[in-house]
Design a protein. Structure first.
Length: 167
């Protein structure tokens, strides 16, 4: 019987009657703050499968200090009415399922287009620096960049709805 390379394994092949488990790498995703608020503050049922994919390990959520600290700051906005304990619980829930990127990338830095909203540039940089597959956002300024197709070959910018149906 021919061996199946690990990157091609689907779980259906076997070698000498030993099942081969799927070794597909999880999809690497960067979530912007608005998506995180939908997932952790409002527990938006439309996006529950998105959180489920992260918690199951099918997707690997990625953050860095700048993006994580923005989420922390936004949780403290009075409009959400969250106690310090509630904020910490949400941060803990997210922290349990996210990979933190520290330091600078080890590869050559590719120039990125400038986002019209300076506060959103950090999400583009994180997606590039972490070799993310997707940046998931509902932000109009970021989505405009996706339509311009200037990020081809780096990562895709998707709405949460599109990310849930994309393969």
């Amino acid at each position: 019987m021919t061996a199946v390379p690990p990157e091609r394994a689907t779980g259906a092949e076997s070698q000498d009657s030993t099942p081969v488990l799927s070794t597909a790498a999880p999809r690497r995703v960067v979530l912007d703050t608005n998506v995180l608020v939908s997932l952790y503050v409002f527990a938006d049922s439309r996006f529950a499968p998105l959180r489920g994919r992260i918690e199951s390990g099918a997707w690997q959520a990625i953050t860095n200090d700048a993006c994580f600290n923005e989420f922390r700051r936004v949780l403290g906005y009075p409009m959400f009415g969250l106690s310090g304990e509630q904020q910490q619980n949400m941060l803990d829930a997210y922290s349990a399922n996210v990979t933190r990127l520290d330091g600078l990338p080890q590869t050559a830095i590719v120039d990125l287009p400038r986002c019209s909203d300076r506060d959103d540039q950090k999400f583009l940089e994180l997606a590039r620096d972490s070799a993310a597959d997707w940046l998931v956002t509902a932000d109009k300024a970021l989505l405009r960049l996706a339509r311009r197709d200037r990020l081809r070959g780096l990562f895709r910018i998707l709405t949460p709805e599109t990310a849930l149906t994309a393969t």
